[in-house]
Design a protein around this ligand. Structure first.
Ligand code: CO
Length: 177
């Protein structure tokens, strides 16, 4: 496995429509393994192939409701949505920018796994948001174009303070064990 460079907004890879994956071979597996390592290293919750410069329909989504399991989605399609959520969203390719984006609360996806087998997977909350965000990348759509508004520096500081508190609480729980 190897880390791949994450391209940033302004790189034309991020605005292109990705092509279907047709070969479920060792090159695809290497790409997915590298993307997994890159996602973990970057502390992200999702990564799309165009973010590492590969214009193919492949994404990773971290299922934060399920032990941070990383789901590989090849040629994914959203087949069902329900409800609505509105909240802050960011992207590894748009560092330092957060925007308020409306997404469905529940999303069901149909996709192929790394060997080409079709399966369905669903998620709610952050996982549903992540399915939408990553699949958008495959159409060349970045979250900031969907954002109702971009957070101010003060709001971003509040958001990161809230995240720090959460991490602290997790640490406390661990200490008690
Ligand atoms: Co993104």
């Amino acid at each position: 496995m190897a880390l791949r460079n994450i391209v940033k907004k302004g790189d034309e890879c991020l605005n292109k429509k990705c092509r279907e994956v047709t070969d479920f071979n060792s090159r695809l597996h290497k790409l997915l393994d590298d993307m997994r390592e890159t996602l973990i290293e970057s502390n992200g919750v999702g990564l799309a192939a165009p973010q590492v410069g590969i214009l193919r329909r492949a994404v990773l989504v971290m299922d934060t409701n399920n032990d941070d399991e990383i789901i590989e989605l090849i040629n994914p399609e959203i087949i069902e949505t329900d409800g609505e959520q509105e909240g802050p969203e960011g992207c590894l390719s748009v560092p330092g920018v957060w925007g308020i984006v409306k997404r469905p609360e529940y999303v069901k996806v149909k996709a192929q796994d790394r060997d080409g087998e079709w399966f369905e997977v669903d998620g709610e909350g952050l996982t549903a948001r992540c399915f939408c965000h990553e699949i958008d990348h495959l159409s060349g759509i970045l979250f900031d174009t969907r954002a109702e508004r971009i957070l101010t520096p003060e709001e971003m500081a509040e958001l990161s303070a809230a995240e720090d508190d959460e991490e602290y609480e997790e640490y406390e729980e661990y200490e008690e064990e």
